[in-house]
Design a protein around this ligand. Sequence first.
Ligand code: TPP
Length: 375
Amino acid sequence: MTSPETELVRVLDQDGRFTPSPAAERYLPLIEAISDAELEQFYSDMVAIRAIDTQATNLQRQGQLALWPPSRGQEAAQVGSARAARAQDTIFPSYREHAVTRIRGVDPVDIIKLMRGVSHGGWDPTDPKNGNTRLYTLVLGSQVLHATGYAMGLNFDGRSGTGDPERDEAVIVYYGDGASSQGDVHEAMVFAASYQAPTVFFLQNNHWAISVPVSTQSRVPLVERSAGYGIPSIRVDGNDVLASYAVSRIALDEARGGAGPRAIEAVTYRLGAHTTSDDPTKYRGSDEEQSWALRDPIDRMRAFLENRGASAQFFADVEAEAADAAEDLRARSVELGAPTADKIFDHVYSDPHPLIAEQKAWHKRYEASFEGDGK
Ligand SMILES: Cc1ncc(C[n+]2csc(CCOP(=O)(O)OP(=O)(O)O)c2C)c(N)n1
């Protein structure tokens, strides 16, 4: 049975033609109002992050990083939703939201620092240059609780639903199909719905929780999980950047305006490995991967822009800028060096703690015991 929630919002078909689905009807005025410059920005965001993502994957293969979670294939879901957020909104990423964080101003080298093990967090979430972007979360689903608690706080502090769209704030939180099975996510939804917290739950259904397919995880479309808590929920083609932008804009506007939480299931696909430690050929067939490769979000948007008359020069410039961004990432990543051992102890608590101070002193004595060794 198809419920309204399971109808897919899509405006660009696989070949980039503008052919809106019935569920896309209410979003068309918004989409038609997107300027040429914004359309081009969406495309260049996607191309840039793919180049950066490929570079980071290569850096891991060359031993420069411990691990990298590739975002290949998920660019449209991320760029559309991130471009829909207002500057005052707060972003709670999981660990694959490289396009989102970049759009908010986080330097990609700060993600490298985390994955290289030279930083405990990567960036300072309170520094305005990072666009209210909280840290990556590796414990599945915990950020969904953090986001909901934060959104409840926005309501308590009168920073949401006041009727002033220039000041009202909302929260958008990213999580995956696997994380949607975590208890934390369900608790968060109960609280968000009960308190009408301005939270947008943005689920990227990339079809695999490492080797577990979404069909094993859920008997119903994932969009029905959030709908079951009374949260208005929309299913969108996550490989269509325009649809992703439009549903996110409306959901965030509604949440910010005091209408309570909203949920989006972006149907997309992880084209690469879960992380650089994973080998997807062990659990999924190449037919599936190839069929999704045909739905590549970047190719789709490129075809759309070409049909509108974008010049060859535009595409060449975008490619060149993306290559420069990737090269810059490489140059700065290989120069990061190792952290001092003190840093491991200094960032455990924000205030001094006697146990940590004792451990730090012990470690210093231990290191000193090697001095002069072998001479
Ligand atoms: C609480 C918790 N349980 C298990 C893991 C191990 N783990 C890391 S990623 C992952 C799969 C996540 O899949 P999904 O939520 O679909 O996100 P994706 O990685 O596909 O973007 C698992 C089980 C973890 N990090 N945290």
